[in-house]
Design a binder for this molecule. Sequence first.
Ligand SMILES: NC(=O)c1ccc[n+]([C@@H]2O[C@H](COP(=O)([O-])OP(=O)(O)OC[C@H]3O[C@@H](n4cnc5c(N)ncnc54)[C@H](O)[C@@H]3O)[C@@H](O)[C@H]2O)c1
Length: 460
Amino acid sequence: MKIIVVGTGFVGLCHAAVCSEYGHEVYAYDIDAVRINAYQTGNASEIERFINEPGLASVIAENLNRYLFFTTTVSDIIEGTDAIFLCLPTPPKPDGSSDLSFYFTAVEYLAELLAKRVDQRRVVIINKSTVPIGTARALENVLLKHNVPNVGIASNPEFLPEGDAVEKSRRPDRVVVGADTEADFRIIRRIYSQFVNHVRIRYIETTPETAEAIKYVANTLLLTYVSFWNGVGARLGETFPNIRIEDLKRGVTADARISTWGSYVGIGAGGSCFGKDVQSLIYQLQSRDQDAQILQAVYDINEYQKVYLLDRAEREAGFSFANKTIAVLGLAFKQRTNDMRDSSALKVVEGLLGRGVKAIRAYDPMSMHEATKFFDPNKNPLFSKISYEPSVKSALQGTDALVIATDWEEFRGLSRTIEQHTAHPYLIIDGRRMVPDYGELVSQGYRYLAVGSPLLGQVP
Ligand SMILES: NC(=O)c1ccc[n+]([C@@H]2O[C@H](COP(=O)([O-])OP(=O)(O)OC[C@H]3O[C@@H](n4cnc5c(N)ncnc54)[C@H](O)[C@@H]3O)[C@@H](O)[C@H]2O)c1
């Protein structure tokens, strides 16, 4: 099949790369020439400056200029195309609704090109972006407005988790395809032929609107699990003495009806999707006079969770951040990715700067380059207080407290390093419950404050 993928961010680049592995002829198109030039080198370090996903650079290198082509112009490749995947950004507006301007700018442009095709074989425009329910129908209206012949629309939402995107693109839990006609379902079945009759992958064909709704319900349900554990499980562990949060989780999730996913407690879930999708669904419901209380609570709990440990440090540990030097371990929104969009660490850093810290010594195994874009001193001079350190040890030097903000495996069991590179009095703020042997540190005089437990150690 001849496929064009429009937008080569996380979703588009992974999708294009994995589709090319199956022998489709894939053209990955983006308006960002810097990005396209970097991908076009096939060089891992160049590609990973934009998207750092395990295994992705090698899939690109293997298929580059054989099955996978990068381009900044689409007009000369549109003839003979079977499918166009839209992988465009849909960020939130201040009122929570989805900003569809990138999406429809691209759609208008493509519709004009498609209307002028000489070869009028059927082409299906397949949406992969997360878009409000009814967007596929609006896409159809744009195509009708431009009199595009022999065209169909479909919704094929993306569920890939960052950090595991390549593997999950190869073996997704499900493939959801919403379309209107058998002709369009048939084209998409040919693209996804490896999944259609797979024994473990659910291949679901439905209406475009149902497909759009599946994406929102799935993402907001996942965030509901996270917020439930943070808003109820963690709160219990922080309030009542002698509750072991790990045992609580194991006891509760022993019931097969209860998900183990999301049962971790921590400083909230970040990333480009959860916050924006829940806000968008709240907006979609409320703007139609429907109640969205449960979603609002889920969102509010998650946002509060990102900063509440700093409040607890002041309240419970009597710690004043003013003029202190703080180590921040982890900047990415989760392990195995360099993505910092909506990362809890952003809120932690802002919260620390807002409390007047003298300096922040930051370390993250993958996101240091990314961080310099988020913390640009030209935009906010306070960001010049952040130094980027090459290791945990270096980040800890001369600090008064540390915050663990990302669940990188290398932060698990840091107690020895903490002992060797810090001096008392010292406060450990563990946003991810990464230090299982905190008891030993506490017995040596450290104070330990974690999500899901009361403060441990003496308040001076
Ligand atoms: N990131 C994820 O983990 C994830 C997972 C599932 C779904 N989604 C959804 O997928 C969509 C894309 O997300 P993303 O994270 O890949 O976004 P992204 O911001 O990483 O990438 C979007 C790309 O689109 C390009 N672009 C913008 N306007 C364009 C145009 N007119 N023509 C061509 N290219 C254009 C940008 O240059 C950028 O490279 C969003 O709706 C998102 O909610 C994301």
